[in-house]
Ligand binder design. Structure first.
Ligand code: CP3
Length: 352
């Protein structure tokens, strides 16, 4: 592991110059790594892995040991929050996340617990403390949560969804109940992110995976408004912690997201970084946005696409190299190495 403190990511988030573009990868600890699969097998299931600080720490460090990345991201899940609110999270083999008790009615919403992060989510905070100790300041640690809207979709649907039938029934049938739910999740998420920062997370990211299924108006009302509340609350308690907001398929809303006061905005591959940069006017850092599918390509193709992403952002400014969404499980780790090394090799030219 590196011995010199690497602060590139924090510098870009804080609008300071860097020698090259920092890179980390969404879902960098995951099933494409054989060492991850081995640890998960030892754990038995995902929740034991995420719920045991020593194991969560071990898998958080795996990609840091293998690649020259500029940040670690806490190994956990956005759905630990609704689990702690009493929904009973479990993973069905090959089926993704499920809840034993989905939330459908105003009565369900009233019954929801507002967990204390250092009690019900203590295992997450213990993992953060352990990871910080093990990282020994080699690279910064990113903490995270889901956006209230995205977490609500899983809570109401009971798992992943294609049509968002139940949450849209609530949105258009009992708007007040949906707002009550989003408020409860927001309150819990603010406490959860504050606790991660207090435990040692050095940057925070909010994943809004499903904001892009909303109309422009509904996005403002049901997703962005609650992310704004999170940024505002964190700014009051933790003025200097950098915050990144990422709405998948939210390219047309980048100016609105940038106006929340966040430090960085995640961009998926459907928006060109050139356009994203002019839309946000260098007011925020931009994180992204290579199509994860590029990593199925040849080494030459990967190198060309890295160059294309760096060029699309352009010189100077505040770019954090990443994929446009999480890495897929069937990607060859050697191809990830090519991407990381190419960013190291080609990006200094953009910072002279
Ligand atoms: O990025 C990282 O390496 C940190 C860990 C992390 C995980 N999930 C681990 C995980 C993070 C940041 C998440 C976020 C997350 N979880 C999101 C938002 C980001 C995104 O990808 O859109 C969402 C929507 C979830 C919910 C979730 N968790 C789903 C839909 C699934 C199953 C789908 C899948 O990829 O299998 C999970 C499980 C999960 N969370 C895995 C990992 C590594 C795979 C579990 C396994 O080992 O089988």
């Amino acid at each position: 592991m590196h011995t010199i403190t690497n602060t590139r990511l924090l510098k870009v988030l804080n609008n300071e110059p860097v020698d090259r573009t920092p890179i980390w990868i969404m879902r960098q600890a995951g099933r494409y790594l054989p060492e991850y699969l081995a640890t998960r097998k030892r754990a038995g299931d995902f929740m034991t892995l995420a719920g045991t600080p020593e194991l969560a720490c071990e898998v958080t460090l795996q990609p840091i040991k293998r690649f020259s990345l500029d940040a670690a991201i806490l190994f956990s899940d956005i759905l630990t929050v609704p689990d702690a609110m009493g929904l009973g999270l479990y993973f069905e083999a090959g089926e993704g996340p499920r809840f034993k008790s989905p939330v459908r009615t105003p009565a369900d919403i009233k019954q929801l617990a507002t967990p204390d992060p250092e009690t019900e989510l203590r295992y997450v905070m213990d993992a953060v403390r352990l990871i910080r100790r093990e990282l020994n300041n080699s690279v910064p640690l990113i903490g995270f949560s889901g956006s209230p809207w995205t977490v609500a979709t899983y809570m109401v649907e009971g798992g992943g969804s294609k049509e968002y039938q139940y949450i849209k029934r609530l949105m258009y049938g009992d708007t007040q109940a949906l707002h009550q739910l989003l408020e409860k999740i927001t309150t819990t998420t603010i406490a959860y992110l504050r606790a991660q920062a207090d435990a040692g997370a050095q940057a925070l990211m909010v994943f809004d995976t499903w904001g892009g299924v909303l109309t422009p108006r509904a996005y403002q009302l049901f997703s962005l408004q609650y992310m704004q509340a999170i940024v505002t609350a964190l700014r009051k308690s933790h003025a200097s912690i950098p915050i990144t907001l990422f709405t998948k398929n939210g390219g047309m809303w980048l100016p609105d997201i940038a106006r929340t006061g966040c430090n960085a905005v995640g961009v998926d591959w459907t928006t060109d970084l050139r356009d994203a940069r002019s839309l946000t006017d260098d007011k925020v850092a931009l994180q992204g946005n290579m199509d994860p599918g590029v990593l199925y390509g040849s080494k030459q193709t990967i190198r060309e696409e890295v160059q294309r992403v760096l060029e699309s952002y352009g010189s100077g400014g505040r770019h954090i190299f990443n994929l446009g969404h999480g890495i897929h499980q069937h990607i060859d780790p050697d191809n990830v190495e090519v991407m990381v090394e190419t960013v190291h090799e080609l990006s200094p030219a953009f910072h002279r």
